[in-house]
Design a protein around this ligand. Structure first.
Ligand code: SF4
Length: 188
């Protein structure tokens, strides 16, 4: 096919125009994305649902979560989230979400509202009682007695949303309680 000087210049002009237009669309997309979260507080977190542990970015305004999206700089998911992770925003902003402690006493058919301090004290008390009731100081095997300091009435399970430091603290705490049955959900 013969390409005349006139047709060549026409074609080049069209191509340059398309390029300029594409650049503009991409740029306005970036600006729109920036505008959406402009002025919001940004923090990072890890999805609490499964052992993949995708990284997320959380935007808050006046202490309220207004947006959650995948963290593009996170090495695990590089910005992507599955349908469950994408819907995490609805867990934080949900009228059905329980935000106060509900307690039902043994043999009772009623729920009572309690404070967080009350709940923490009760959990600590029950853990201490369980530990003391099930603590094994020594064990004799083949006539030899060993100090074992083992709590046989308790197990602890970590989750995928825990970071290194939290796992470290949790395992230290478990061992201080004498817990031998210590596992992690991501390993099971
Ligand atoms: S976003 Fe999906 S795949 Fe990623 S950690 Fe959450 S549940 Fe797992």
């Amino acid at each position: 096919m013969d390409v005349s000087r006139r047709n060549f210049l026409k074609g080049s002009g069209l191509a340059a125009g398309s390029l300029a237009l594409t650049g503009k669309v991409a740029q306005s997309g970036e600006i729109a994305a920036e505008m959406r979260t402009k002025g919001l507080q940004v923090s990072t977190t890890v999805c609490p649902y499964c052992a993949v542990g995708c990284g997320m970015i959380v935007h808050t305004k006046d202490g309220k979560i207004v947006n959650i999206e995948g963290d593009t700089e996170h090495p695990i998911n590089q910005g992507a989230l599955c349908s469950k992770g994408s819907a995490l925003f609805q867990v934080a902003n949900n009228e059905h979400r329980l935000s106060k402690v509900q307690y039902r006493a043994p043999n009772s058919d009623k729920w009572e509202e309690k404070s967080w301090d009350w709940a923490m004290d009760r959990i600590a008390k029950l853990m201490k009682e369980t530990r003391d009731r099930n603590f094994v100081k020594q064990e004799t095997i083949d006539g030899a007695t060993y100090t074992v300091n083992r709590n046989e009435g308790m197990a602890m399970l970590g989750g995928a949303a825990l970071d290194n430091e939290e796992c470290y603290l949790l395992s230290k705490f478990a061992r201080a309680m004498g817990v031998g049955y210590l596992e992690h959900q991501a390993r099971i």
